[in-house]
Design a protein around this ligand. Structure first.
Ligand code: GLN
Ligand code: ZN
Length: 778
């Protein structure tokens, strides 16, 4: 029997320690040359060597999950499941017979990024992570066909290919345009399986002894009713009964991002040789499960994800060993236990050792991908040979934990007292109607007021000034002058365009979260800590490690300066507590609700200072509020309680006459309209233009009476929408809502746009508002 490695990780960052893949892709796309396949080959060889060096020495212990763009797209390509608008690309892939030729890669990137009037596959968040995958489109017309995968060639290196499993692939798919109403892509499972079987035989021929199939769809409750659940489990049984045959390589099925013990039971009925569970975000199986599995999984392996693939904290090795030993005892001799990560490590940066600028003590609390690989290897050794075999590592982990507990920044009594003392009154504003009246009188805005979401184009000049300041090449004074000059230009431009509510443009911010992380205490930022967000895009999350305080006002001087230049209202601009958390690595030693309230209090002080500086409109962005929404329905109310509570704590200190705005994007607004209502903001702007404002009827039906600014300009594209187009969208808005509620704004911030299209579009937007105001007068 081929044993599953006793230590492995479920996946590894793919972008490269120096973002080599990003560079190669972007150069290739822009026509500056370069060969992504060559970069891929180098990255694969380097990561294999690295992972072996870090302790994954057993056969098949190194995962082969490299991807040019996205792991779900990889399956779309491998199985020929391209939507009909990409028929030419499908042909090119079939012709190439090798997905890594230049022609085939071009075809793949067209599907990923779209071309002309053929939109790309939709991007959506991968479970509750910050990674975005491409959504397959499956219909009755989809013809599955084996078109090859780079993993086949890579399997020759002796690694363990990792592939999104067939059930998850179809469960994440949406119905294609051709599909009839109510079509369920999962109905195509039987047609898809032969292509997966072919995939397996290709992998086996290339030398793969183990193949890992990821089936995280099983942990969510998107198939919620008991009938849907049993259909999903039946699909799992069907799939793996068909795929796990004596001729196939050994299969390990990973149930990550949560727990799904019923799926373990279903898999036990099939021929798969290993099942992997997430014991971090998921749950640790109890005595009942273990007893059941000791029989049902006899002769096979249970992989236990005890090292988190999602956070960057050093593992508590003692606690992990206790879990592992408990499981081993419960399972008895018959089932092998393997140590692994809770998910792929694609969500964490490569190597904390490179962050030499970090305080050494803080660094000792952290563990990035490479450190996590070592932790897994250490735990496997400890499980096999006992504590003595890993005594030094245990000691080191304990010392790091003790130093963290004792660090004065981790627990600040004044912060703890303030959070404990928060009252409901601090989260509650006055009556919304009275606020509406007071704000109307204070601001004197026309109906359909026009505004933007905050940032204006970030020119090279701005970036250069910020970099020069960071590098100490220009002093504070020169930097301030450069930013003020920019603010003055942005204000002048907005006045000239004729917008009603102005912004200062956010030139001083590199990133809407990192900017606050750098100015609050309790955060650290990294230099190399990039993680893939989607395709070639990476973000560098800040690390929220301690109690949060605001040593001094952060945004007030910029806003005050902007307001001093104009008689029109300038909106203050803050990032909300939930978004700061969603886009950072957050401490896990205290409940997130408490962290959120700490941020809420720090932001509340900033809101107060902005008001005192004469700022009458303050926008607190929460684009990520949807993103942290728990995967399981049963966990949602608790989340909304603390997230909404923290936003209200940040904003409810504002006077009645101060208008609180918020902004959301990347979310299907309709599903969270309730939550938005609970935020109690006076005005909410949302991304809506691409869907032609079709969410508005649902919003109206819900009885949402607050101000709403549905985006009327898709800022992800450089196209300038005409006045007529915008008029049309605004007419939809005033038709669906009370015109007194409607604000006029782009979908999102403008920092990635150029000045040319920005000025042109905003002029059209102002003109469109004027036209529709005219309609209303008649
Ligand atoms: N105020 C931010 C900006 O304009 C909002 C960005 C966002 O929604 N993601 O850049
Ligand atoms: Zn946005």
């Amino acid at each position: 029997m081929t044993v599953f490695p006793s230590a492995t990780v479920l996946g590894y960052p793919r972008i490269g320690a120096n973002r080599e893949l990003k560079r190669a892709l972007e150069s290739f796309w822009s026509g500056r040359g370069g060969d992504p396949a060559e970069t891929a080959e180098r990255l694969r060889a380097a990561r294999t060597e690295r992972l072996r060096g870090l302790g994954l020495t057993e056969d098949s212990a190194v995962p082969e999950d490299f991807s040019y763009y996205d792991q779900v797209l990889d399956v779309v390509i491998a199985t020929g499941a391209l939507p009909s608008r990409f028929a030419a690309e499908r042909e090119a892939l079939a012709r190439a017979q090798d997905p890594e030729t230049e022609e085939a890669l071009r075809a793949q990137f067209t599907v990923a990024r779209g071309q002309g009037d053929r939109p790309a596959l939709e991007l959506t968040k991968w479970f509750d992570s910050n990674y975005h995958y491409l959504v397959p489109e499956i219909g009755p017309e989809t013809e599955f066909e084996w078109l090859g995968s780079p993993r086949v060639a890579a399997a020759r290196l002796g690694a363990r290919p990792v592939v999104v499993g067939p059930v998850t692939f179809l469960a994440l798919a949406k119905a294609s345009e051709e599909a009839p109403e109510g079509y369920n892509p999962l109905d195509r499972l039987e047609d898809l399986l032969p292509v997966y079987a072919r995939y397996l035989s290709e992998l086996k021929e290339a030398g793969a002894r183990w193949v890992q199939f990821d089936e995280p769809a099983l942990v969510t409750d998107r198939h919620r009713t008991p009938q849907e659940r049993s259909a999903l489990l039946a699909a799992l049984r069907t799939a793996y009964t068909a795929l796990a045959t004596p001729d196939a390589p050994h299969l390990a099925v990973a149930l990550t991002y949560g727990h799904a013990f019923d799926a373990v039971d279903a898999l036990a009925e099939t021929g798969v040789q290993a099942v992997i569970i997430d014991a971090v975000r998921g749950a640790v199986p109890g005595a009942r499960e273990l007893e059941r599995w000791s029989a049902s999984l006899a002769g096979r392996t249970l992989g236990v994800g005890v090292v988190s693939g999602r956070n960057i904290w050093r593992a508590d090795l003692d606690a992990a060993l206790t879990v592992l030993r408990g499981i081993r005892e419960g399972l008895g001799e018959s089932v092998a236990v393997s140590v692994t990560t809770s998910t792929s490590l694609q969500h964490v940066p490569h190597d904390v050792e490179r962050e030499t600028q970090l305080d050494e003590e803080l660094r000792s609390w952290l563990s990035f991908a490479d450190q996590k690989v070592r932790e897994v290897a250490t735990l496997a050794r400890g499980l096999a040979e006992g504590d003595e075999a890993i005594a030094a590592e245990l000691e080191e982990a304990r010392a790091a934990a003790a130093s963290r507990r004792a660090h004065p920044g981790v627990e600040k009594s004044e912060v703890r007292r303030a959070v404990a003392g928060v009252t409901e009154a601090q989260r509650t504003r006055g009556d919304a109607a009275a606020r509406h009246e007071a704000q109307g009188a204070a601001l004197g805005l026309p109906v359909l007021p026009t505004t933007t979401i905050g940032s204006f184009p970030q020119t090279d000049e701005i970036r250069r000034a910020r970099a020069a300041h960071r590098g100490g090449k220009i002093d504070d004074r020169a930097y301030e002058d450069a930013m003020k000059k920019e603010i003055a230009e942005v204000i002048r431009a907005q006045e000239e365009i004729g917008l009603d509510v102005l912004v200062h443009g956010e030139a001083e911010r590199n990133d809407m979260v990192q900017y606050f992380a750098e100015n609050f205490e309790g955060f650290a930022t990294t230099v190399h800590g990039w993680v893939q967000s989607y395709g070639s895009r990476c973000t560098r999350p800040s690390i929220l490690w301690g109690d949060v305080t605001r040593p001094e006002a952060i945004t007030v001087e910029w806003s005050r300066y902007a307001q001093s230049l104009t008689t029109r209202p300038v909106k203050g601009m803050l990032t909300g507590p939930v978004t700061i958390m969603a886009w950072s690595f957050v401490r896990e030693d205290i409940p997130w609700g408490e962290v959120a309230d700490q941020l809420g209090l720090a932001l509340r002080a900033e809101v107060g200072d902005l008001e005192a500086a004469g700022i009458g409109i303050i926008q607190v962005d929460e684009p990520a509020i949807r993103e942290l929404l728990p995967l399981r329905e049963e966990d949602r109310e608790e989340y909304l309680e603390w997230s909404v509570g923290a936003f209200r704590l940040a904003t409810a200190g504002a006077a009645e006459a101060t208008s609180i705005h918020t902004h959301l994007c990347y979310s299907d607004f309709a599903t969270i309209v309730d939550a938005i209502d609970r935020l109690d903001a006076d005005v909410t702007s949302i991304e809506a233009s691409r869907s032609k404002l079709k969410v508005l009827p649902a919003v109206a039906e819900h009885g949402f009476h607050r101000g709403l600014g549905p985006g009327v300009w898709d800022i992800h594209s450089a196209r300038v929408p005409s006045t007529e187009e915008i008029v049309e969208l605004l007419r939809v808005a005033v038709g669906a809502l009370d015109p007194q509620q409607v604000w006029v704004n782009p979908d999102c911030g403008l920092k990635t746009r150029g000045w040319k299209e920005t000025t042109a579009t905003l002029r059209n937007l102002v003109e469109a508002a004027r036209v529709v105001r005219g309609d209303l007068d008649n």
